[in-house]
Design a binder for this molecule. Structure first.
Ligand code: F6R
Length: 607
């Protein structure tokens, strides 16, 4: 989603802003622009499409100046054209914005009546013209910005510069993240620490409702009521070095191959190999006393939550509700006194999940976030956080962060089970041992790469694809379908294998690959029967299974990829890897933009 960068620097700002915007490319965008202060005047360059287009514009007509703002735009209001690209503004002020100004139509009508002539369809221009109007009426930049912020409703992160104030930048946050970076005699603003990584690691985050004046003297922070507030400067763990592609063609490929390390790093946070037991960080609720647990998340993170529901209900016997966050808020679910909730998120910034967090807290539920970015809004606002140790995930489609979420949820399920006495110490030791083998098994799964690529060559020809699984592999079937849709643009559905005969079986013919997650174990016979039903109707069966399952499936399956025999508990973690890898290879064969698929954004900060 939109990325923001700002610099009050000592050297030419535009190249540094462009570089920082490159580090925000992963969030997804469709146009970009930069404005700087040149001899006290605002000048800007913008381009539709990729940052390379903006770079070409800057090369042809360089933009001098040491102070400026930049933006990658993911279109919400107005098509992704150069005209609608940020920065927006007037001769007096230039603004970049992430989010939506919800009352833009009303403000626009008011400003037009005052003589403001709009140039674009964007909600952002409304805010810029609101500030401009305040400046025209004699206010100084600080007053003008503060007054405009009080009129703007919605979710936003904003940064702005002012003509005649070449060393000042004002920024604000309401519902979308923003960080201020402290350099050596220079100051920066960015959507996240990654954007600022090579510039500085000293970061202060704006809190909800904050705005800040950033200049040569540092940063002055104010709350919603314009009261001065202090915001702690922290040393972020994010380093510029962690964000390269290495020898891989795509970030997604690199991140897929990081699975064993990420799973190892995450599991060793919570598992003790010597005692074969789980050690959880302090929790904001007592799992032994919790009457009910609510899980809420979006996209792949929600699918991880669905697997978590199976595990927690089976091992800890806590009734669990799981909802996509955008539905949870409006469903008005009754929540019990003393209830608890789990939120799952890679970025920790997803607007729908953040809205769920606030609703849960309003309803006095104790909220634990399973989150990858320790400095994120979710990690800070939840009552407690359990971290996935996946490192920065740049590919828009989640891969290693998803399996790391599963790893954490598995540890939580064991920990909750022990706390409630629903599993024994022997069970804990056995399940812990199973999880400790996961990183090694993940490496073995990655060795099947060539076979999965060969399967991808067949899948790439299809228009529709069905993924089938049962139990904890049902959400993984949905993950396979989601990933394929996202990056290869092939229509896919993830279904519970037993549910296929209640509808999707009508789709099956010789053009539809039916990809099943079907390891040996208690669910095997039933799933194999469902696959035979599909095969009998001409469906092309492709299966991920183990050696025992393969012996049976080979009789009617077109392709069988044999994975290590791992048992029920860790099967969803290990089956997520080949379905993600399959989607990756299909996307490469189809020549799509694997790391930044069309229309998608990494951190979805609008509802
Ligand atoms: C799918 C994907 C998305 C995210 C979703 C939630 O590959 O990446 O579906 O899982 O947007 O994002 P986070 O986890 O950052 O809350």
């Amino acid at each position: 989603m939109c990325g923001i960068v700002g610099v009050v620097g000592r050297e030419s700002a535009a190249p540094r802003i462009l570089e920082a915007l490159r580090r925000l490319e992963y969030r997804g965008y469709d146009s970009a622009g930069i404005a700087t202060l040149v001899n006290g005047y605002i000048d800007r360059r913008r381009a539709e499409g990729k940052l390379s287009n903006l770079a070409a514009v800057l090369e042809a007509t360089p933009l001098p100046g040491t102070t400026g703002i930049g933006h990658t735009r993911w279109a919400t209001h107005g098509a992704p054209t150069e005209r609608n690209a940020h920065p927006h503004g007037t001769l007096r002020v230039s603004v970049v914005h992430n989010g939506i100004i919800e009352n833009h139509a009303e403000l626009r009508a008011e400003l037009e009546a005052k003589g403001q002539a709009f140039e674009t369809d964007t909600d952002t221009e409304t805010f810029a013209r609101l500030v401009d109007q305040n400046l025209a009426e004699g206010m100084a930049p600080e007053q003008a910005a503060a007054a405009a912020l009080k009129r703007a409703h919605g979710a936003y992160a904003l940064a702005m510069v002012f003509a005649g104030h070449p060393r000042t930048l004002i920024c604000a946050r309401q519902g979308a993240p923003l960080a201020v970076g402290y350099g050596e005699g220079e100051m920066f603003v960015g959507s996240d620490a990654l954007a600022l990584a090579p510039l500085t690691r000293r970061i202060a985050y704006l809190e909800e409702g904050d705005w800040a004046v950033v200049d040569d003297a540092g940063a002055r922070f104010f709350d919603l009521q314009d009261r001065p507030v202090q915001r702690e400067i922290r040393l972020t763990a994010v380093s510029g070095a962690a964000t390269g592609k290495g020898n891989y063609r795509h970030f997604m490929e690199k991140e897929l191959h990081e699975h064993p390390v990420v799973l190892g790093d995450t599991l060793t946070q919570y598992l003790d190999p010597m005692t074969r037991s789980v050690t959880l960080p302090p929790l904001p609720f007592d799992p032994a006393a919790v009457p009910r647990l609510t899980i809420s998340a979006c996209g792949s993170a929600f699918l991880a939550g669905l697997v978590g529901r199976y595990w927690i209900e089976q091992l800890a016997r806590i009734p669990v509700d799981a909802d996509v966050a955008s539905e949870f808020r409006y469903r008005e679910p009754p929540l019990p006194e003393g209830g608890a909730a789990l939120l799952v998120s890679q970025s920790g910034e997803t607007a729908d999940t953040m809205a769920a967090l606030r609703l849960l807290k309003e309803r006095r539920q104790k909220v634990l976030a399973v989150v990858n970015v320790p400095e994120s809004s979710m990690a800070r606002e939840a009552d407690g956080a359990v971290l996935t140790v996946a490192g920065p995930e740049i590919g828009v489609a989640s891969t290693k962060a998803f399996t790391a979420q599963l790893a954490v949820l598995a540890c939580l399920a064991i920990g909750f089970g022990r706390a409630r006495g629903t599993i024994s110490a022997e069970d804990e030791a056995r399940l812990t041992a199973t999880l400790l083998e996961v990183p090694g098994h993940a490496a073995m799964v990655l060795e099947r790469d060539a076979e999965i690529r060969a399967m991808a060559a067949e899948v790439a020809k299809a228009r529709d694809v069905l993924f089938l699984g049962r139990g904890t592999l049902f959400p993984i079937a949905m993950e396979g379908a989601l990933k394929l849709k996202e990056i290869s643009y092939i229509h896919a559905e993830g279904y519970a294998a037993g549910e296929m005969k209640h509808g999707p079986i009508a789709l099956i013919d010789s053009a539809v690959p039916v990809i099943s997650l079907c390891p040996s174990g208690p669910m095997f016979e039933k799933t194999a029967s469902n696959l035979q039903e599909a095969a009998a109707r001409g469906g092309r069966i492709m299966a991920f299974t183990d050696d025992l399952g393969a012996a049976r499936l080979k009789a009617f399956a077109e392709r069988v990829v044999v994975l290590p025999r791992v048992g029920d508990f860790s099967a969803p973690i290990l089956h997520a890897i080949p379905v993600q890898l399959l989607a990756y290879h299909v996307a490469v064969l189809k020549g799509t933009d694997v790391d930044q698929p069309r229309n998608l954004a990494k951190s979805v900060t609008v509802e």
